[in-house]
Design a binder for this molecule. Structure first.
Ligand code: AMP
Length: 562
């Protein structure tokens, strides 16, 4: 039996919920649905955050209560962001699958208004909208709100944070005096209380114990590291947990772009979500994130609002939000609908007291954890590789290739063969044994300072005019460099492979004459150049990829085709 049937919903909705896999109501649904159905019309306050199932808590009663024979707009749902609006509308469309006479439209800023005006010409009983765009449509007389009986203010605290207070006032003045208001909010700041006092009459209240939920399902952790080391530290967490799927919050758009560029250049599967993206670009980023091809979405608080992804393992705070309330919002993206999650905060040595403040305020205990060390990374990487081999199902094509080898490996012992296979994988399996030096290399700082650090790490950095465009992988390139320069692979450090060039570190006790070794070496008819990357002028590593055309080493031939 579907447990929703006890809440007073009609059989056709229960059937849809069955199909959607909604078997048990969440606490906010269990409380709100019967209240709204049994007490119609009533005002309602729902203290619940995203991820608690609040959309169905108001959406299902709304679908039951709308009169589908009446073509006028009867319900208005206001949401702070287009993403939340779109997700809410999609859920309502899913819930009303068995009710073809019900029309739902979503309107939001950042998309052509003309299409939305056209869509609204057909009878639309429920409009989901962001406040700014709705006001625009009201002014253009593209919507008629004088039959609206139900207004839902979803994520009301976020709408106020985003400065929609006046828009909301103005919109509500276009609706009927006797309409009801259902207000959902994760927090109850005084501004929300004012809205409640002004627009609501003896509202019923439902509240899910947010504290309890956070305590139960989310592990709150923090690491203390220098601000400049946050990114290198993050890389280690990403390396250690290839299955991580998370959102990292930054304070500014610039930060999201910079971090995603830096990590992207290093081959991590990350993307930025920020307000400078067009709607199409945002949808594409979200599509890739939801389809699991991305390990980390790097977002600002505003851009991430309303994102509905249920299987996040981590929420990472590159910087703590200014408002500690937002911490609850951010961390609520993980551990949704009964799953477990980790909320990991990066703080610098001066921010320790903010953790204590948070612990007191939201009544959770934070666990201090360490940035994974070299040995941990190394053994995890090797173990992951071993596990992936053990878990591999043998492909028929492998059998065929084995036959074609005609026993070419027969003279090798198992040990010898394994050692050779491992050697081909060294680039994947090794972690650079220069913890401090490497930690300090992926962030912005003055060239001089970086230079000193690199020197103290025992490596010199070189440039080579071979890159991805030449079909190179990191392993190929290290093998090639090591063979030509006669330097054992183990003396190579970090390698950054870019489109048409690469930068690599070599142990500075082993790099004498390395540039000379490549003097007469050609690759597919082209001279290879290996130069010390000392005269990089004022470049920082994070900007190499963008600036490389302007700052090429002397002998670099820029235009070549394969
Ligand atoms: P919300 O808090 O409304 O944003 O919902 C979060 C997610 O939980 C959405 O993806 C819903 O589809 C899902 N969800 C909501 N209620 C249930 C339920 N009772 N059973 C299973 N999934 C649910």
């Amino acid at each position: 039996m579907n447990h929703f049937s006890k809440l007073g919903l009609s059989p056709s909705i229960i059937e849809v919920l069955d199909q959607l896999g909604f078997e048990r109501p969440t606490p906010v649904q269990e409380q709100a649905i019967p209240l709204l159905l049994d007490n119609d019309p009533t005002d309602l306050i729902g203290l619940a955050q995203t991820g608690t199932g609040k959309t169905a808590a108001f959406g299902l009663p709304l679908i039951e209560l709308i009169d589908t024979k009446n073509k006028a707009t009867q319900a208005l749902i206001m949401a702070p962001t287009r993403e939340l609006g779109q997700q809410t509308a999609k859920m309502l469309v899913d819930f009303s699958k068995n009710n073809r006479a019900l029309n739902i439209e979503v309107v939001y800023g950042g998309a052509p208004i003309s299409n939305q005006m056209r869509a609204l010409r057909k009878p639309t009983q429920i409009i989901v909208a962001t406040p700014g765009r709705l006001l625009d449509l009201i002014r253009r007389k593209a919507v008629q709100l004088n039959n609206v009986k139900y207004v839902v203010l979803d994520e009301a605290d976020e709408m106020l944070n985003m400065g929609f207070k006046e828009d909301i006032d103005s919109i509500l003045s276009h609706t009927l005096e006797d309409r009801v208001t259902w207000l959902f909010s994760a927090t109850m700041p005084p501004e929300i209380r004012k809205i409640i006092n002004k627009y609501m009459d003896a509202p019923l209240e439902v509240s899910i114990n947010t504290q309890e939920k956070i305590n139960k399902d989310i592990s709150h952790q923090y690491v203390t590291t220098k601000t400049a080391n946050k990114l290198p530290a993050l890389k280690r967490f990403l390396d250690l947990q290839p299955d991580m799927k998370g959102i990292m919050f930054c304070r500014t758009r610039r930060e999201t772009k910079k971090i995603s560029d830096e990590l992207g250049n290093l081959g991590y599967s990350v993307e930025a979500l920020h307000g400078d993206l067009s709607q199409g670009q945002r949808d594409a980023v979200m599509g890739r994130f939801k389809s699991r091809s991305m390990q980390l979405l790097i977002a600002t608080d505003v851009a991430a609002r309303g994102i509905d992804v249920n299987d996040l393992t981590h929420v990472i705070h590159h910087t703590l939000p200014d408002q500690l309330d937002s911490y609850t919002h951010r961390s609520g993206r993980t551990a949704r609908i009964g799953k477990k999650g980790i909320s990991l905060v990066f703080i610098n040595t001066r921010e320790g007291k903010r953790i204590t403040e948070l612990e007191r305020k939201i009544k959770v205990k934070f666990e201090r954890i360490e940035v994974p060390g070299y040995e941990e990374l190394r053994s995890t990487r090797i173990n992951n590789w071993v596990q992936s081999i053990l878990n591999t199902k043998v492909d028929k094509r492998a059998e065929k290739i084995l036959e074609e080898l005609h026993g070419q490996f027969a003279h090798l012992s198992k040990e010898d063969l394994l050692q050779r296979i491992i050697t081909t994988q060294l680039d994947q399996l090794m972690v650079k044994n220069t913890s401090e030096g490497n930690l300090n290399e992926t962030h912005r700082e003055s060239t001089d300072k970086r230079e000193r650090k690199r020197d103290s790490s025992g490596f010199n950095r070189y440039f080579v005019n071979l890159g991805l465009i030449d079909g190179m992988t990191k392993v190929d390139l290290i093998n090639f460099l090591s063979d030509v320069a006669s330097i054992d692979r183990k003396f190579f450090g970090e390698l950054s492979l870019q489109k048409n060039c690469a930068y690599f570190d070599v142990d500075k006790t082993k790099d004498r004459g390395i540039s000379n070794s490549f003097r007469r070496i050609e690759f597919e008819g082209r001279s290879i150049r290996v130069n010390r990357d000392d005269d990089r002028n004022k470049r920082t590593r994070s900007s190499w990829s963008k600036q490389k055309d302007k700052s090429k080493p002397k002998n670099f031939k820029p235009h070549y085709k394969r």
